[in-house]
Design a protein around this ligand. Sequence first.
Ligand code: GTP
Ligand code: MG
Length: 151
Amino acid sequence: MERTFVLAKPDAVQRGLIGEIIKRLEQRGLKLVAAKFLQVSTDLAEQHYAIHKGKPFYEGLIRYICSAPVMAMVWEGPQAVTAVRQTMGATRPTEAAPGTIRHDFGLEVGRNLTHASDSPENAQAEISLWFKPEEMVDWKQSNETWISGNN
Ligand code: GTP
Ligand code: MG
C-alpha cells in the first residue's frame, strides 16, 4: 500500500487547523501510520526543501516552515500520493479547487497550510528524512476492506 508524507505547516498549527486537516484525510479513507509535533530546525527545513534552493521564495519558505511548530504525518492508502495532493489542492490557494484544504482555508501561496509529497519516490525520501523506521505504526484499520477492498 502506498504511503505519503504530509505536513500541517506553521500557519495551519497557529490557526488551529490540525484537526481539520486530519479529519479530511481520515474521511477520505486514508490511514494514519505516523505522526509527530515538532519545531523544525533550519537544517531539517533546508534538507526537506533542497529542491527549491536558489529560487526567489526559498529563504522565505525556510523562515515560514521554521516559524512555529508543525505536525508531521505519514498517511497510507491506495494511490495515497495522488489522493492527498488532490485533497490539499493546487499550490496557490487562489488556484485551488473549492473543497480542497488550500482553497477552503487559504489565500496566499506563502501561507498554504500543508505540504504533501509529489511522487511515491519523494514520499519515501521524505518519510525517511522525517521519521525513524520504529516511529511507523503497523496497524489494521477495522473498516479497511470497505474502503480499499477488492471484492
Ligand atoms: P509543498 O507540498 O509545500 O511542496 O507544495 P507544492 O508541492 O504544492 O509546491 P512546490 O513544491 O512547488 O513549492 C513548495 C512550497 O514553496 C509551496 O507549498 C509554497 O509554500 C512555497 N512556494 C512555492 N512557490 C512560491 C512562490 O511563488 N512564492 C512564495 N512566497 N512561496 C512559494
Ligand atoms: Mg512540493
